[in-house]
Write a protein that binds this ligand. Structure first.
Ligand code: NAD
Ligand code: IPM
Ligand code: MN
Length: 355
């Protein structure tokens, strides 16, 4: 029987609650599909700082690089907000992504028919939305130098090199080839030099993909178009900070940020993580929606392990359970038959798979 090693990073806030449900579902699907998963936990974020003094202990990097994939919950919380920048949970996560070289963050935003009333937008605007945000993850303003602050001044630098743009653009075009064959590259080329380079390089790379249509859009317009007519988008290719913001915006087309998964991939090991954060406002109450993390586990099976049948089973079970009206609190107002806790909905999905 095939055996895969998974590094689990639960993190802070709702992180442990949502990862536990993903593990429940993974265990159900692995026993159905004839493979075995071995989990090894590792620390990151505020909890890692509290225990080791470092938000990203070296052991976490080593463990992750020696596994087949990483499943990650979320980090951060007010408790650690006043720490020096390099000790903050968020810095641990950024360093982790950089160490693993996961330059491409794939964030699908798919509207389920079952949740058509859950979005704050009208059903006719969102029905059938299926967008893939391809977000560059280890460059841009998050990492550019110089950066710093004094009492009266703070600064960061948005930098992209040709090489960084080329590799993320290839990802986007290859993904588009398997979808509707349309890439919309989002930038701020009317103002930023870095975006002008981005636009030029994406256009150059597009010459290798004549079957894919490339368009460009300024990020401010894209934010508006996303709520005006989201169905115009297939693949949205963009840099680190714009992708961060636009994917949170896209989540509300779907009904809740608690639904959106992601895959962070590059040359080494991939990290599979919900797009949302540690949700300190609801942590510890057992009400967080674990579906984003369960769907991230499905992306892990599909992309990292090649266990396609198992991934399909999870995706189908999520849809089925939503169609039967089971909802966590974030979606409770919308066609809910039964409002469930985090662990109840995890069990219902796991049981559905084992039926
Ligand atoms: P957040 O995504 O944690 O929460 C935003 C809102 O969405 C909150 O009202 C929250 O309750 C809700 N929400 C998020 N996930 C949910 C879920 N699964 N089910 C139901 N509701 C959910 O963003 P924030 O409040 O801006 O940030 C909180 C902390 O998380 C900060 O410390 C931030 O830095 C961190 N953060 C971490 C990550 C990550 O680990 N990848 C991502 C974003 C934010
Ligand atoms: C995310 C988060 C992170 C980001 C933060 C916590 C560093 O918002 O995963 O989307 O901005 O990438
Ligand atoms: Mn974010």
């Amino acid at each position: 029987m095939k055996n895969y090693k998974i590094t689990l990073i639960k993190g802070d806030g709702i992180g442990p609650e949502i990862i536990d449900e993903a593990v429940k579902v993974l265990d159900a699907v692995s026993s159905c599909c004839g493979f075995n998963l071995t989990y090894d936990e590792a620390l990151m974020g505020g909890i890692a700082y509290d225990i080791t003094g470092d938000p990203l202990p070296q052991e976490t990097i080593t463990k992750s690089l020696n596994s087949d994939a990483v499943l990650f919950g979320a980090i951060g919380g007010e408790k650690w907000d006043a720490l020096p920048r390099e000790k903050r949970p968020e810095s641990g996560l950024l360093r982790f992504r950089k160490e693993l070289g996961v330059y491409a963050n794939l964030r699908p935003a798919v509207v389920y028919d079952e949740l058509i009333n859950a979005s704050s937008l009208k059903p006719e605007i969102i029905k059938g939305v299926d967008i893939m945000v391809v977000r560059e993850l280890i460059g841009g303003i998050y990492f550019g130098e110089p950066k710093g602050r004094t009492a009266d001044k703070g600064w960061n630098t948005m930098v992209y090199t040709r090489e960084e743009i080329v590799r993320i653009a290839h990802q986007a075009f290859r993904i588009a080839q398997k979808r509707e064959k349309r890439v919309c590259s989002i930038d701020k080329a009317n103002v930023l030099d870095v975006s002008q380079l981005w636009r030029d390089v994406v256009t150059e790379v597009s010459a290798e993909y004549p079957d894919v249509e490339l368009t460009h859009m300024y990020v401010d317009n894209a934010a508006m178009q996303l709520v005006l007519n989201p169905k115009q988008f297939d693949v949205m290719l963009t840099g680190n900070i714009f992708g961060d913001i636009l994917s949170d915006e896209a989540s509300m087309l779907c009904g809740s940020i608690g639904l959106l998964p992601s895959a962070s991939v590059g040359e080494k090991i991939g990290v599979y993580e919900p797009i949302h954060g540690s949700a300190p406002d609801i942590a510890g109450q057992g009400i967080a929606n674990p579906i984003a993390t369960i769907a991230s586990a499905s992306m892990m099976l599909r992309y990292a392990l090649g266990e396609i049948e198992a991934a399909d089973k999870i995706d189908y079970a999520i849809k089925k359970v939503l169609s039967e009206g089971y909802r966590t609190g974030d979606l409770a107002q919308f066609d809910a038959k039964e409002v469930c806790s985090t662990s109840e909905i995890g069990s219902i999905i796991a049981n559905y798979i084992q039926r």
